[in-house]
Design a protein. Sequence first.
Length: 674
Amino acid sequence: MNTSMGFAFPVSEKQKELERKFCHIVDFKKAYDWTVEMCKVGPKGVNQLMGMPENIKKAKYIAKRLKECGLHTEVQSFECERHDVLECSLTIISPKKVDIPCTPMIYGNATKPEGVSGSLLYVGRGWEEDYKKLERRGIDAKGKIILMDGFWARSRLILARIHGAVGAVVATRLNYSYFEGPAGGWHRPIRMLPKGSTYAWLEHQGDYMFYKFPEESLPMIPAVIVQRKDGAYLRSLCRRENVKVLIKVLKNVERKQAFNVVATIPGSEFPDEVVMVGAHYDSFGRGVLDNSSGCGVILGVAHAFGELLKEGIRPRRTLKFCFWTGEEEGCVGSYAYLDEHESIKNKIVAYIDVDGGVFGKDLITGGWGSPELGSLSKYVATSVVPGLKAGGYSLVRGAGFDMIVFFIDGCIPVTSPAVTRGGKDWVGKRLTPYLVKSNPYHGPADEPEPEELLRPDRFKEPIEGLGVMLLTLSESDVLPLDYKCYARMLMEGKEGLRDLVKKASKLGINLAGALKELEKMEIEADKLNRVLTLSLCAYLKAIDQGPWEGNLDGRLLQEVSRLPKRLPDEKMEALRRYFRLANLIRRLVITPELKATCFCIDGAYLYTLPWIQPVRYSKALRSRPEKLHRIEIEAQVLEQTFRRLNTIMEDLSIIGEKLIYEILPNNVDEPGPV
């Protein structure tokens, strides 16, 4: 094992043996069996969404299996609203009456019994620039029902409300009525539509359950979605003549109980440092792919850790195995958990999200998440499958995954598993599933049969990979978080930011304050990059080379490793504090103002990395200067963010310098450029 993953010599050899032992214990056949049983708590063709009877049965099943593994298991209950749709219709009133098949949007309001009517206005994709173009032609959306393309529409529905629309029709560019598949094909009726777009694929099976979303972040207008051919028909009508439509969405609203399931293994040395892994168990249909297989992978890992516990082997840090409800309706369960366990945010050192543990036959390595866990992801991938090249690691972006809740609301390092199953078989491209002919995702065909859809042996590497990742995070002397990447990204992004500021100035948008802070940022980023790199080099040199002369030598580390019940050496503890302080970069940078801005701007989520997002805009401006007006909204937020970044970088540099010269060895070579 590469000792740079945070282990002191010779602990790395002991860790390697522990990983081998874990992989030997893994029972992937049991994980497969549990996954199939989990799916079958409800009948075919019935959703297992939050608050439904089948969903509650699934929660009880998961809790039962975790207790059988010997883990302390708790069920968190919280109350939500359940919206049962009684009626949903879209009717063209003029020029001639035509009924259009539709289904309600997950974030849309209900209507009065008589419905809501208005002229249909086509607004393209429904972004701010689309409304600006219409305004230049003397057209506005006030009092109208807008027609827009695409899906993932919540932020665009908010814009529609802001511009005065009284309703919305979302026309997907894709045809969901039928996909070819095994034995003649899988039928996907109109009521099964993209993630984040609809409440279900069958009538009368429940809608969204709002937890504690701010009112301003919800569309609050009725909205329905139609498939490609009907969207094309409506667009053609809008271009030729005045079209008037009627939308009816009638709902029954009631309070329901929903449940999260959490199992815990307390840490032996650092119980207040928590490594958390989670998966959502709610699903459309039985949902073997999304996400019973992800739950099965975690149950397989929990079972292996339970077997280690029987042998007296307990992790150094606390492990939590979490199963969320309500992910398909907006990550409601994970939001509820953090909301009711506020104090745990400062204890979670990393969160791993398993969404689709077994998506195909091919091994997929790499992953996505926050940048400081990228090195760990690549290391785990190559450790679990020797000779297999580590895949790419993408930065987390705004999406409807529970990972985002921890990244934004908790300011916690997050990642996805380093090894999963995917590929070019029956599912195809995981991130673009709607482009594949044969695709049971989010549909009634997401079943554990036939065998080609799910096999026991496909659970092996995902369980082993997740287990090794948890072992690395739970057992390491110093958490394997690569913080110097933040300074590196700042340096890489500064030219794009400068280019953005120049373009904004030419169009009269005031970014002078942001520019001033940007120039300071360049200096602070260089300084922080040097300090972080130098301190890491010193630490890694100490633990990699074994005994050598210096304040932090290999012999001392060996002594610490032999005395697990004794408090760590003060120098090791200082390093831990430093790495925890470095994590404040994101925690302090993400201001309330920044969070509020993210919900409404373009759906692109500025919060991912505040200094990276403007670079994306800068590239877009080269071909579409009209997008520049969005920067006006962000100007003040950018200035505040840059100022806060500079303060944090300066403070961290001071802490780092102190560690370098007072704690770490003095004979460490100056690092070269990163």
